[in-house]
Design a protein around this ligand. Structure first.
Ligand SMILES: [Zn+2]
Length: 353
């Protein structure tokens, strides 16, 4: 029998970025990154959380925000899609007439949430936005992503608030090659990603640890497809936990993709919605240990509207009601123990964690 969770009496003020204009990006009826994803999430919020959450209204990003990460030529290219019924930004990332607006607002939502976190009017924020961002490169769209929402948020936090230790956790089942490439040579941003290396964009090798000053500040953990909830949590517990304690981030940004869910039509993994809540609770617990730095979640993938809404619900519940998480140490398999050993061996010598 597992012990009963201990409920904390700490109250977390949770900000939520949502806006109907995120539904205006319409990549096509058969495209997986469909407005119905977010509609399902918003319906769930209205049904299950009315009054518990602090609304954060997004404003469109400024050119200055976008150019923290993207080239002016690329930003112009996205702007030119305005009012055209269909433009291909990349083979898998079409733009509709108002994609530019949703994309500007996706970045603007993250920037606004960051301001609210930094003025301490919220403790945690979840940006329920689209299009997603972690595959967007500085001069290119891809993987359904237009602008790199998290990448821009990180740069904005450095520039506006002078932060110098930012941890990015990416649990989307795809490797966030956009974030990875942006900060590959830097030590002021630590990128931690778990992903299926057999899926788009086929990057994120475990041996790739960053380069130059950033050597050791990229942690890529390729996942086997058959991984279960307890194994997934064990990995985070054994690696992300020590990373957080050693790095002592001033800000935690989470690329929150839910396509590792067993019902996801694109991811081929087998996680349940519960695991995302358990992971969020772990993150909140470690955050408390290191002095409560602000934590921001930004939606990435998750292509089954039902599973996405159910997974987001688990995370929001976890943010609102931190409880002690049961230790996953007793539930490990040899496979996951070997993965932890291998990751430690690769990173030994960099002295980051
Ligand atoms: Zn994904």
């Amino acid at each position: 029998m597992s012990p009963q969770p201990v409920t904390s009496n700490r109250q977390t003020r949770v900000g939520i970025v949502r806006d109907e204009r995120y539904l205006l990006h319409k990549p096509g009826h058969t495209h997986p990154e469909h407005p119905n994803r977010l509609k399902a999430v918003y319906r769930m919020l209205d049904g299950d959380f009315s009054g518990d959450l602090i609304p954060i209204d997004p404003q469109p990003a400024t050119l200055e925000h976008l150019e923290l990460v993207h080239t002016p030529a690329y930003v112009k290219r996205v702007l030119k899609t305005a009012d055209h019924r269909y433009t291909s930004l990349s083979p898998d990332t079409p733009a509709s007439a108002e994609t530019y607006l949703a994309s500007w607002l996706a970045v603007g939502g993250c920037v606004k949430a960051l301001d609210r976190l930094m003025d301490r009017s919220v403790d945690a924020a979840f940006c329920l936005i689209r299009p997603p961002g972690h595959h967007a490169l500085k001069d290119r769209a891809g993987g359904f992503c237009v602008f790199n929402n998290i990448g821009i948020a990180a740069r904005y936090a450095m520039q506006t608030y002078g932060l110098r230790r930012i941890l990015i956790i990416d649990f989307d089942i795809h490797h966030g090659n956009g974030i990875h490439d942006l900060f590959h040579s830097e030590n002021e941003i630590l990128y931690f990603s778990t992903h299926d290396p057999m899926l788009y964009p086929y990057t994120g090798n475990g041996e790739d640890v960053g380069d130059g000053a950033g050597a050791g500040y990229t942690i890529n953990i390729p996942l086997p497809r058959e991984l279960g909830d307890d194994e997934f949590l064990y990995l985070y517990q054994e690696i992300a936990g020590p990373v957080m304690r050693a790095y002592q981030p001033q800000l935690i940004l989470t690329a929150a993709g839910f396509d590792a869910h067993e019902e996801d039509p694109i991811g081929r993994s087998h996680l349940s919605e519960k695991v995302f809540g358990r992971l969020a609770r772990l993150l909140m617990e470690w955050r408390e240990e290191i002095g409560d730095p602000p934590i921001l979640f930004a939606l990435e993938g998750g292509y089954s509207p039902r599973a996405l809404a159910a997974s987001v619900k688990e995370v929001v519940l976890a943010l609102l009601t931190p409880v002690h998480v049961e230790d996953a140490a007793g539930m490990q398999t040899q496979q996951v123990v070997d993965m932890v050993t291998r990751t430690r061996a690769i990173h030994r010598g960099y002295g980051v964690w």
